[in-house]
Structure formats: C-alpha cells, structure tokens
Design a protein around this ligand. Structure first.
Ligand SMILES: NC(=O)c1ccc[n+]([C@@H]2O[C@H](COP(=O)([O-])OP(=O)(O)OC[C@H]3O[C@@H](n4cnc5c(N)ncnc54)[C@H](OP(=O)(O)O)[C@@H]3O)[C@@H](O)[C@H]2O)c1
Length: 244
C-alpha cells in the first residue's frame, strides 16, 4: 500500500491519498465513514468549513486513538455564514478538536474579499501563528495565482482542484467512497507501478474516451431531436397543421 508522500514547497509532506468528507452529510453516519477510512489505513482527511461535518470528522479522529502527528488534516476556509478567515480557522480547529491543521486552503477565489492579497496576508498570519502547518488555495485559476504571487510572502503549498486522476501524474487523490472494499481498493492501487508507456496509453485512451463521449452525447441529442421532431410532426399531422 505504498501511497507515499509528496514534499510541499514549504518542506512539509502530504500523503498522496486522502479521504474526503464532502458528500458524507452529518451525524453518526459521517463519523462512521471517517472511522472506516482511518480503520482501513487512510491517514489524510480532507474536509472543509462548507461540508458542515468537521465536527463529525473530529470525533472519528479522536476515536481513532492515533497520535496527532500520525494524521494529516486538511480543511478549507469556505466563507460559511459570512465569517472572516480568522474566526473560521478557530471554529474549524474547535470542530476538529485539534490545535492545528496540516493544510488550510482558501476554498475558492471568490472568497477573497476585498481582494486576493488581503485574504492571503491573513492566511500567512494563520501559518505564522501555528494554526496551520501549510497554507494553500483551491479552484484558483492561473490569473488568480498570478495576483496572489505578486504580493505573497509565503507561496501557496497547494492548489486543490477537482481530480479523478492518479499518482503516476503526481496528483493527490481524494475519495469519499462510503464502501470499505472501495477504500481498500484505493489503497491497494498504490502498489500498481505504471511504466511511462502505460501512462501514455492511459492518457490516449482517456482522450479517445472523451471523443467517444462527445460523439455519443451528440448522437443522443440527435435521437432526442428526431424523436421530438417525429412527435411534433405526428401531432401536427393529427391536428391537420401544415409544417413548412
Ligand atoms: N476543493 C474542492 O473544491 C473540492 C471539490 C470536490 C471534491 N473535493 C474533495 O474531494 C473529495 C472526493 O470527491 P468526490 O466525492 O467527488 O469523489 P469520489 O470519491 O469519486 O466519490 C463520488 C462518488 O463516487 C462513488 N465512488 C467512489 N469510488 C468508487 C469506485 N471505485 N467505484 C464506484 N463508485 C465509486 C462514491 O460512492 P460510494 O460511497 O458508493 O463508493 C461517491 O458517491 C471530497 O470529499 C472533497 O474532500 C474538493
């Protein structure tokens, strides 16, 4: 199960695979799912203020009995309830029941109010105060990163984007599957070693697959148009309306 770690630009390391809590909802079920992920061997939990289940993750983290340094916890500033980032990080730490998170992200550039440099300076202070070991962003476009980097004292350690990709590409994989066997499968997949030829064959298959999807969906649309057209023509015919 060698899903090892990636070294971030600030020297900290992040496990290459994470369990995400986005779709888990609230209550005991959410805690049980995080419990299950930790039980099968996930050590990286990815949550966010807006997932509204940091507290459930916190319970599972504590029930795991693992030492704090044996877990990597990511959470995000999502602007929930209009709270500022200074208040939000304190709420997240309290919800998770920890003194620091390993990675704190700005969930989306639109949260950068009044602007990216102002919010990023506050993120830098959060890191300097020890509430986050690393700071980063999420869903940032190149232009957003350029604005950020122009004034940043600390460069973002990560830009989390939606991925369904693999470790061979240097990506960090996050899953939220509720099925134990799938979680075990994800970890086992860490043993699979792909050659550069394998990776490029998969890339080509992906491109071909994407083209097929476009063709399939275009065909589907044509079939729908044809069926609707036939229905309209049939109805027009029934009512004696001429279609020119
Ligand atoms: N920063 C951001 O803006 C952002 C955006 C999106 C996601 N994320 C993070 O990424 C995490 C994962 O995202 P996600 O929930 O979209 O990913 P996911 O792991 O692909 O889960 C989505 C659905 O796919 C199913 N699934 C997962 N693995 C499967 C498999 N091997 N075979 C068949 N079905 C499978 C799961 O159902 P089962 O439960 O039945 O397995 C789940 O309902 C989130 O929890 C969050 O932490 C971050």
């Amino acid at each position: 199960m060698p899903w090892d770690v990636i070294k971030l630009n600030d020297g900290n390391v992040i496990p290459k695979i994470a369990f995400g809590t986005w779709t888990l909802g609230n209550g005991q079920q959410a805690t049980d799912n995080v419990d299950q992920a930790i039980d099968v061997g996930f050590t990286h939990i990815d949550t966010a203020q807006s997932y509204r289940n940091e507290a459930e993750a916190g319970v599972a983290i504590h029930e795991s009995g693992l030492a704090r340094e044996d877990l990597f916890i990511t959470t995000k500033y999502s602007g929930l309830n209009g709270l500022d980032v200074e208040t939000s990080i304190q709420n997240s730490l309290q919800n998770l029941g920890v003194k620091y998170v390993d990675l704190y992200l700005v969930h989306h550039p639109r949260l950068a109010v009044p602007d990216i440099p102002t919010l990023w300076a506050k993120m830098e202070k959060i890191k300097q105060d020890g509430f986050a070991k690393s700071i980063g962003v999420s869903n940032f476009e190149i232009e957003d990163l350029q604005v950020l980097l122009a004034s940043a004292k600390i460069k973002p350690a990560a830009n989390q984007v939606l991925l369904a990709w693999a470790s061979a590409k240097g990506a960090i994989v996050v899953t939220s599957s509720t099925k134990k066997e799938r979680l075990e499968g994800y970890l086992d997949a860490g043993d699979i070693k792909l050659t550069p030829e394998d990776v490029s064959a998969i890339d080509s298959a992906g491109v071909a697959g994407a083209r097929c999807m476009v063709v399939r969906s275009t065909l589907k649309r044509l079939v729908v148009v044809a069926l609707v057209g036939a229905a309209v023509l049939g109805t027009c015919g029934y009512f004696g309306i001429d279609v020119l």
